[in-house]
Design a binder for this molecule. Structure first.
Ligand SMILES: C[S@@+](CC[C@H](N)C(=O)[O-])C[C@H]1O[C@@H](n2cnc3c(N)ncnc32)[C@H](O)[C@@H]1O
Length: 209
């Protein structure tokens, strides 16, 4: 019961179980996020965006790396926006962070705004993956990079590893080739994949030329 209530709230956290899920995600995705961020150059003056910011931990990690730049976070869940704002209160007060309620399908930003864009454990939930990736491409600067981060990765060694979660949430684990393919179709270049064999994690960087 508890497991189901928690997992049900991964895609759009709300209410009591949403709050519990946000807490669990901030803790549970922290190591994954640190590992993935190490594959992305983040300069102190960068404009960064975290899509599907959840409880705001990635936004706070980005704020630590960015000096006089700015970090935006978006999530379509009202509760996630509230929690991300709470965790990043000081960053928001000093003008370093700004959090907005928005869907990846229609980002409230002008073209060519961001040097880096991160999306941690959220891609599976995007409603129209190819067009959503194109929308992300629109707001990336030329030379800017997108970092996609995945824990749910299809594995030949453990083909049924994600069956339960996939069934509960109606989403699909990703494959490395599938992600590279869709990024190429969406117009990205210089796509690089990184896997951590001990955990099965995958992160992918992709550039707008
Ligand atoms: C599994 S959580 C991951 C949260 C956070 N990135 C982390 O690593 O802890 C997925 C997040 O993506 C958000 N999300 C799902 N679909 C979205 C969409 N279409 N647009 C914006 N955010 C979305 C959810 O509300 C949720 O906060």
């Amino acid at each position: 019961m508890k497991y189901h209530k928690l997992v049900e709230n991964a895609g759009r956290p709300q209410g009591f179980w949403g709050k519990m899920m946000i807490k669990a995600m901030n803790k549970g995705h922290s190591e994954l996020t640190d590992w993935a961020l190490a594959h992305l150059e983040i300069k102190r003056n960068y404009n960064a965006l975290d899509i599907g910011c959840g409880g705001g931990k990635t936004v706070s990690k980005l704020c630590k790396k960015i000096g006089n730049g700015k970090v935006f976070g978006v999530d379509f869940s009202e509760l996630c926006v509230e929690k991300t704002k709470k965790l990043n209160k000081n960053n928001i007060m000093c003008g370093k962070a700004s959090i907005l309620q928005a869907s990846v399908s229609s980002l409230p930003f002008e073209d060519n705004k961001f040097d880096v864009i991160t999306a941690v454990e959220t891609f599976y939930f995007w409603p129209d993956k190819l067009n959503d990736l194109k929308e992300v491409y629109r707001v990336l600067k030329s030379g800017g990079k997108l970092l996609l981060v995945f824990e749910m990765v299809k594995s030949e060694d453990e083909p049924h590893k994600w069956d339960k979660v996939e069934k509960s949430l109606g989403i699909e684990a990703v494959s490395k080739d599938g992600i590279v393919d869709i990024l190429l179709h969406a117009g990205y270049q210089n796509i690089r994949t990184y896997s951590k064999s001990s955990t099965g994690w995958l992160c992918v960087t992709a550039e707008k030329e």
